[in-house]
Design a binder for this molecule. Structure first.
Ligand code: NAD
Length: 356
């Protein structure tokens, strides 16, 4: 078990991660007035675990599984149910699920009676290495992802890899996308991954990597909680192109698009002379452990225009965070035409190489 502290100006979060931490630390919470938020899939798998841990009468709100539930209707429904269940100012909201549950339950906790205690129990790999840490909460609104939200740090995160037993392959790949992204930000994680590519499926190895990714994110969030200095932006590596492709094609998981985005952006970094060939090749090796064939897209120019909406852009140029050297990134700003033309060039190169 690893315990990581995340201190910001307003809160101190304790993050506990490792096999068995749920059994060890969650039952303690049963003494508090609890309100559990989960989703339909997670509830189907873990209802008995929840009842056993928190008691059969604990109030639980279950949203339908999937991103489409991260909306104002379910946010209101959760808040209504909290009122109806008599939740007091000192109650604790437990977000038990993946990033969708974490984001909406976190926002509900930040709003209810001007903010009540929040505990995140992330049950997906993505939520453990990324979304449960750092205090970003949100819902999608009017078709805009994460349009309404708040920075609201959980008091506690309980990240137990035992929940991965029931995860689909796709969700596991999704989480690995964020892990490999983090390796481009942190030299120690990079070295460990490069030296142990045969251990990606090993539980103990994964547990150690999760703790390192959480530690990395915690230090970044401590230094730049609200994305004011630019450091937190680095966590968005691969996301400019990855997110545009995800919005346009919607076929693969978020993490896979992050890796595909990272590949295309490595091409940009090499063309711009920011990243040397050997380091890029080594990162591509890691990417391909998860996404075997990087796709080319005939209409990628259209897809990439969506990068104009990326929140990292501060003017009309497209901001891309790219790996520069081991453990160091750079921000490249490109005009839309140049950005689209480089991405198209990369796609063409892929098409010629693989015929896909
Ligand atoms: N707040 C942040 O900093 C942050 C960072 C990254 C992503 N996010 C958000 O996170 C969300 C994506 O998170 P996600 O990938 O965890 O998606 P998710 O919450 O939709 O979970 C993915 C799927 O896995 C199922 N699931 C969850 N735990 C399971 C388990 N243990 N066993 C079996 N099935 C399980 C869910 O029901 C769902 O069908 C997005 O809304 C994204 O915007 C937030």
């Amino acid at each position: 078990m690893k315990e990581i502290l995340l201190k910001t100006a307003t809160t101190e979060s304790v993050i506990r991660c490792g096999e068995g931490v749920f059994a060890e630390y969650a039952p303690r919470l049963a003494d508090e007035q609890l309100f559990i938020v989960t989703d339909s899939n997670v509830f189907a798998y873990y209802r008995y675990r929840l009842w056993e841990t928190f008691g059969e009468f604990v109030p639980i709100y279950i949203i339908p599984a999937g991103e489409r539930s991260k909306n104002i209707r379910y946010l209101t429904a959760i808040l209504k149910e909290m009122l109806k269940s008599g939740m007091k100012r000192n109650c604790t909201v437990v977000a038990f699920g993946g990033g969708v549950v974490g984001d909406i339950a976190g926002l509900a906790a930040s709003l209810y009676m001007r903010g009540v205690k929040l505990v995140q129990v992330p049950t997906t790999l993505l939520a453990q290495v990324d979304s449960s840490v750092g205090g970003k909460t949100a819902i999608d609104f009017e078709g805009v992802k994460n349009a309404i939200g708040a920075f609201y740090q959980p008091r506690e995160v309980i990240a137990d890899p035992a929940f991965f037993e029931t995860l689909t392959e796709r969700e596991v790949r999704c989480g690995w996308g964020e892990i490999i992204k983090t390796s481009a930000l942190n030299g120690e994680i990079y070295d460990l991954l490069v030296k142990n590519t045969d251990k990606f499926a090993d539980k103990d190895f994964l547990s150690g990597i999760i703790a390192m990714c959480i530690e990395h994110k915690a230090r970044v969030v401590e230094a730049d909680e609200k994305e004011t200095t630019g450091l937190r932006k680095t966590l968005n590596l691969g996301h400019t192109t990855g997110h545009a492709l995800e919005l346009y094609y919607r076929k693969k998981s978020h993490g896979e698009y992050v890796l595909i985005g990272m590949y295309y952006e490595l091409y940009i970094a090499m063309k711009k002379g920011v990243c040397d060939k050997n380091y890029a090749a080594s990162l591509i090796g890691l990417i391909k452990k998860i996404v075997n064939k990087i796709p080319s897209y005939p209409d990628i120019a259209e897809a990439c225009k969506l990068a104009a909406y990326d929140k990292k852009n501060s003017d009309s140029r497209i901001s891309v965070i790219v790996p520069a050297q081991i453990g160091r990134t750079e921000e490249i700003k490109l005009g839309m035409d140049e950005y689209v033309s480089l991405v198209k060039e990369c796609s063409e190169t892929l098409r010629r190489a693989y015929g896909i």
